[in-house]
Design a protein around this ligand. Structure first.
Ligand SMILES: C[S@@+](CC[C@H](N)C(=O)[O-])C[C@H]1O[C@@H](n2cnc3c(N)ncnc32)[C@H](O)[C@@H]1O
Length: 224
């Protein structure tokens, strides 16, 4: 195949993939506009942001730290966990942690310990428990806490789980992919999730992790 033909085919493939994703994905990459936060009584309670641009790659460490300050070790699901670093860090801190993700990826070979400010290696034979399939509400029974960081297709399902099972749920929402409902025109996805959870009589505590981008989390739990 000539180089030019190869390049043309690659461009066509890219275009097709792009069109496909435009039809099923609503991207939401940047920080949430201040007006969106101000318009929601729940989100308006968030403290001022002091976002550090370089910290995005450390979001697992930041989320781990937030969870550790919030509740004692138990059984956690890292829903849509990708490489599973959040589950690994929780496991290191005494949690029974499981990644639920249809794609089974290896743990990263190393990560930065932000408290000690040094790189830590993960040995090739270290693992975390993995359910290699899409999240389904009946899996929630086995966990005390379900965390979904930038995960696909799980946000509404997890709010439903919090409402029906009284499990604690943490969402760090990102794009809208394969969700059963969409925000109203002009409504931000984050505000839509807050309203959906409040309508189910749940408590929604928003928080912000210290990196620039989709850094607002929702800690969702029942009133009692
Ligand atoms: C954008 S990645 C986020 C990965 C990781 N949590 C992070 O913050 O980098 C989304 C992940 O969701 C997973 N995923 C897609 N559909 C899912 C589903 N229905 N249930 C669970 N995970 C899903 C993907 O395989 C992918 O690993």
């Amino acid at each position: 195949m000539t180089k030019r033909k190869h390049k043309r085919e690659k461009e066509q493939l890219f275009q097709a993939l792009n069109q496909q994703s435009q039809s099923s994905v609503t991207h939401n990459e940047g920080s949430v506009p201040a007006a969106v936060l101000a318009a929601s009584p729940t989100l308006a309670a968030l403290p001022e942001s002091n976002e550090l641009p370089k910290m995005k790659k450390f979001r697992f460490q930041l989320m781990h730290e937030w969870i550790m300050q919030r509740q004692p070790p138990g059984r956690a699901a890292d829903v849509g966990g990708g490489k599973g670093l959040l589950a690994y860090l929780l496991q290191q801190s005494g949690w029974e942690a499981t990644v639920i993700d249809p794609v089974n990826q290896a743990l990263p070979p190393k990560y930065k310990d932000l408290t000690l400010n040094r790189r830590v290696k993960i040995a090739p034979d270290e693992t975390v428990s993995h359910f290699t399939r899409e999240f389904a509400p009946e899996m929630a029974d086995q966990f005390d806490l379900l965390v979904s960081m930038h995960a696909h297709g799980c946000n509404i399902q997890l709010i439903d789980v919090a409402a029906t099972t009284r499990k604690n749920v943490i969402l760090l929402p990102c794009c809208i992919i394969q969700e059963p409902l969409l925000p109203e025109p002009g409504q931000h996805w984050l505000a839509c999730l807050v309203d959906y959870a409040l309508a189910k009589n749940l408590v929604v505590e928003p928080f912000r992790l210290n990196f620039r981008g989709q850094n607002i989390g929702l800690y969702i739990h029942s009133k009692f």
